[in-house]
Design a protein around this ligand. Structure first.
Ligand SMILES: Nc1ncnc2c1ncn2[C@@H]1O[C@H](COP(=O)(O)OP(=O)(O)OP(=O)(O)O)[C@@H](O)[C@H]1O
Length: 256
């Protein structure tokens, strides 16, 4: 994406301004930044749900448009409450016109991959938060996307489930090696997952820094105690805090 800008009519000033980033196929990029700096907006521009005011976005050479090529995983799971787990995973495949047998086979495969092979007949209300997010991940992977957009997918999970889900996502991503943009507020999560961490700040300079994460893969829990991990965590934590406390619109302006 090159020189991307987006202004919401009611906001008056730009939410995203002059944002440029090239993501390699198979790369996992984490996006960090203070609340309200435009991280979700950026994902919605990549998904084609929102239109650009300026600049361009290309995914494998073509402009974005909502399709099976792009998978989205949300913090709020967004499962269909009255559909079974199997039907939830199969639903986007149904929209894509895939025959019932085939779509159910694909859905069963991905439910197996996330450890929910026995829960296909359950309803979302019968599942824990971690299980719901596994269903959402299975649904996203079942669509066989080229690009996966994840918007704080683990933010509502308890700490232990969150750590398990991070490793689970890494396992699936390493198998499929799809291109992924992962929005998070957790510096630790951003580093653990990513090849690069993009730090966003409020407009007029949406892109503040791109940090390479040169930790070995596969990433395991042991990575969290590596000295490079701890140094990066400190550096990024300070960077985000400075962005918050130096922003005159932030309630924490000049506080620390
Ligand atoms: N549809 C919309 N109309 C008007 N303003 C919007 C719209 N969507 C988002 N905004 C504004 O754009 C700004 C960025 O919102 P966005 O949700 O992208 O930020 P974020 O970095 O993802 O925030 P958070 O980390 O809190 O989730 C906010 O000020 C928000 O109020």
């Amino acid at each position: 994406m090159a020189n991307v800008s987006k202004t919401f009519a009611r906001a008056g000033e730009p939410t995203i301004s002059d944002f440029s980033l090239t993501v390699a196929p198979g790369e996992l990029v984490s996006i960090l930044g203070p609340s309200g700096c435009g991280k979700t907006t950026l994902l919605r521009l990549v998904d084609g749900l929102l239109s650009l005011d300026a600049g361009s976005i290309h995914i494998g050479g073509t402009p974005p448009q909502p399709s099976r090529r792009i998978g989205f995983v949300f913090q709020s799971f967004r499962l269909i409450p009255w559909a079974t787990v199997l039907d939830n995973v199969a639903f986007p495949l149904e929209l894509a016109g895939i025959a019932r047998h085939e779509r159910e086979d694909i859905a069963r495969h991905w439910l197996d991959r996330v450890g929910l092979g026995r829960n296909g007949k359950s309803y979302p209300s019968e599942l824990s938060g971690g299980m719901k997010q596994r269903v959402a991940l299975a649904r996203a992977f079942a669509g066989d996307p080229d690009v996966l957009l994840l918007d704080e997918p683990f933010a509502s999970l308890d700490a232990q489930t969150r750590e398990i889900m991070q490793l689970e996502l890494l396992r699936l991503w390493e198998e499929r090696k799809l291109t992924a943009l992962f929005v998070t507020h957790s510096v630790e999560e951003a580093i653990l997952l990513a090849d690069r961490v993009v730090v966003m700040g409020p407009a007029p300079a949406s892109l503040r820094e791109i940090v390479e994460v040169n930790l070995p893969r596969p990433r395991t829990d042991a990575v969290r105690s590596a000295s490079e991990f701890l140094d990066l965590r400190m550096r990024l934590t300070r960077m985000i805090r400075d962005l918050i406390t130096s922003d005159p619109r932030s309630p924490f302006f000049n506080r620390l």
